[in-house]
Design a protein. Structure first.
Length: 98
């Protein structure tokens, strides 16, 4: 009884794993090839220097604004939720000005 149960279970596992393997390889082959070709042509069209320079300048500006707002919050002695709310408002106002 135990042997027949074990054989039946092993047969079902072997059948189910081969069915899943066949369906997953067909799906991944199609999806992997198409996006790779599209991404290569998209990145080749943009110059690397232009795309890298803008985020660096924007990050430096955001960092300066954040430091200024933190210093202002320190000067006012704000802590916790009040500090967080003040910094959010300060950064939003500063970003609108620039």
């Amino acid at each position: 009884m135990k042997i027949t149960y074990a054989l039946a279970l092993a047969g079902m596992l072997a059948f189910s794993s081969s069915a899943f393997a066949a369906s997953s390889t067909a799906a991944t082959t199609d999806t992997v090839v198409k996006p790779a070709a599209t991404a290569a042509t998209t990145n080749a069209a943009k110059p690397a220097a232009t795309t890298a320079a803008k985020p660096a300048a924007a990050d430096a500006q955001k960092q300066a604004i954040s430091k200024k707002c933190s210093a202002d919050a320190d000067a006012k002695g704000l802590h916790g939720k009040d500090r967080k709310k003040f910094r959010e408002q300060c950064k939003t106002a500063a970003m609108k000005k620039s």
